[in-house]
Write a protein that binds this ligand. Sequence first.
Ligand code: SIN
Ligand code: MN
Length: 269
Amino acid sequence: MRLTDDQLAEYEERGYLIIRDLIDPEEVAALRADLGRVMRLDTAEVTKEKSGVLRTVFRVHDPRSPTASPPFATLACLPRILGPAQQLLRDDAPYVYHSKCNLKEAIKGEIWQWHQDYGAWANDGVRKPDMTTALLMLDEATEIGGCLYFSPGSHKLGRCDPELDTETTSYRLWTVRKLDVVAAMEQIGDPVAIAGRPGTVVLFHPNLVHGSGHNMSRYSRWHIYTVYNRVANRPPTRENARPEWVVARDTTPLRMCSDDGIVRLRHAA
Ligand code: SIN
Ligand code: MN
């Protein structure tokens, strides 16, 4: 699939692009079913909130991962998602920097503080914000359920000097400092809720300021994020690098699969 010039201009201007109903209900069902399997594994890639409920399942796209999931590996290579990612990166051969499924369980799923993803990735040694993230909603994303909020246009501010938050949640997150968030919002306006039906895909820029609140609803809010990077932009090998489930060591370019890849896997099972 190719993005139109208007879609490309919208991404450029706002720092994100929402494509509704991009993934079919049958594909969402297949992804959800396999996520239900890998989330039960006892491995470092499956992380929990401080309360003990599940928070994130990492590295589902990678066949060498303990959490390897064929439908998620296929998702990363679907023409409907990889095609737009290639266009946004102006590169036909990106690789997956990481993938993560944020489960944000009913009532107990916790917040993601305001941050820019490139806050952490620059610290990993990634030289340029030549990356894009494809978020797929596997559940209905609502405000009460802790949907994402984006600060439209904030990617144009560049990278704010991040601050490591080790306290708020179980995940050590490089956040945007409170005063910088307030200044950004004063300059460019209030954030918007990124609500949507299952099957909605949102592409967003690594310098976009974003965050999400606690899930106060009785429904879970499963979101899967696949992050694409240019091979030429991969971070250098380092002794003290973060684990492979957040910084992929395998930078093999993705090969586009067939658009019915997820459904075929389902029927073959
Ligand atoms: C993230 O920005 O990395 C996760 C936010 C969320 O899932 O709400
Ligand atoms: Mn993020």
